[in-house]
Structure formats: structure tokens, C-alpha cells
Design a protein around this ligand. Sequence first.
Ligand code: ZN
Ligand code: ZN
Length: 288
Amino acid sequence: MIHSYFHIHSEHSYDAKLPLEEIAKGAMACGFTRVGITDHLNYNDPPFLQNIYDSAAGVKALREKYPFMFLGVELTPIQKAQFDYIAKNGTREGYALPKGADRYGIELALTKQELMALGIRYAVGAAHWSIDTIGTEEAHGFEGTLREFYRQQMWLAEDERVTILGHPWYNGHGFWGEDLSVIPRSMQMELAAAVKENGKYVECNSGMLFNKYTGEKYRYQYAEMLREYFEMGIRVTYGSDSHRSYNNDRILEEQPLAGRAHEAMAKYLAAAGFKDGDFYTLQDSDLW
Ligand SMILES: [Zn+2]
Ligand SMILES: [Zn+2]
């Protein structure tokens, strides 16, 4: 059902350890026709920038032997005030959360021109945390976290740097891993409309489908949500978002599910009506 793959992390992500060549070999073994590497670029500080320089150099070298591999990036919204602080001081050290409206501003680490200058061909834009607190989303609870993810995702849907909206409604904080219907229908529809209107793609992320927060009911709901996007005319891409081993990402290692992530997903996707050929492969015209 799935033949391409646009979200995975190599050893150049701060939180991942997969060698690039292992990813390329794994992709070939699975028969993927086009694969994008999307290492994390969270902050505009030296460690993150170095990671992305290394990722770019690594993929460039890799493409000589594996030309179906492409260089992408995963961008996450950060505080605009923090972005400005880092731009001025060269470090996140010493940054303090501003008061008032300043704490809500959103930015991404590099401009589109800067990303393109590194040879990056597309971006997965994805919300991961609340940006108006220094701590974590726990400060917000369920309602606040939901509103914050909605806000960031709507922002990403409109940003020129985002090709694919990554892991919509990321559930890595455990707030909606059991029942996706806790996300109000109005929010779902407004996000889908924004994604469609701005010509973005949306991602089927197997990491979200098999993480420790996620139950069976959620998996079927998530596949149905993606099918609804698809039926609205929005293209759906696939990414395992693996950070560790290729065939069984960390999620599958934690869960006693046999097989490879994209194969383990097939029953949920089929139940929602997905057929072979429904998943979208980024074309040259989609790439920068
Ligand atoms: Zn992510
Ligand atoms: Zn990722």
C-alpha cells in the first residue's frame, strides 16, 4: 500500500542514531521508491545548525549511491522571542520567557532561502510542545495543550516553508492517545480546510500509531481521520518517524507488534478505505 517515505531521522538528529546508509538499505529492502531524510532542526542555535549541516552533507554523499534518497528537514515551531534571543546571543543559555503577547509569537529556525541553500528539498512542519511556556505542556493540561497544538498547526499550514504537515495532532504527551474524538470536530475541519487551501500535504505517521500512549480504538480513528483528509482531496504521505532501528522503530520495539511499521499499519488503513496507490509520493515539482 505504501511505496515512499518522507519522515525519518538519521544519526544527525540530536535524538536519533540510525546511520544514513542503514536507512537507505532498509528502504531498498522494503521496496520504497523515494525516501526523504528529515533530521530535526528545532532551534537556530549552533548545535542544531551543525546537525543539519551534517545531515545535508551526509545525504549529499549518500545520493551518489542511493539516488532515490532526498534531503528534507523536520521543523518545529519555537518561540519567536527565543529565536530572536538566539540570533542575538548565539545561544539558548540565559533566555527567559517574556511576558504578555511576546510569549505567543511563533518562528522556525531558518528561512526558506537558508534551507534551500543547504540543499534541503522539502520540509515536514510539526508541532511537538507548547511554546508559550518554558516548561512543558503539563502546565496547560488537556484543554490548553489541545488549543496550543491547534494554534501551531494552523500556523504551520499557512507557512511557506512547510511541505507536509507532520504527525497531525501529535499525541506524544498522552492527552489523546486513547480516543481521537476528544479533538473537537470544528478544530479538525478548520485544520483540514487550512491544509487544503494552502496546498499542503498531510502525513500518516506510524510512530504516532504505535507509541505507548496509543490504543487500538485510536489507531482506527486516526486512519479514518487521514481518509477524511484524502477524500477532501488532500494528499497523504507516509513517514515512520523512526529514530532508532529501521524496520522496527522504537515504538514497535516498545510494543510487542511484529513486523515493519508500514506493514503493521495496513489493517487500520485498509479498514478506513485506503487502497494501493492512495498514498502520495512527492514529485520533483513538489520539491524545492
Ligand atoms: Zn516530530
Ligand atoms: Zn520526526
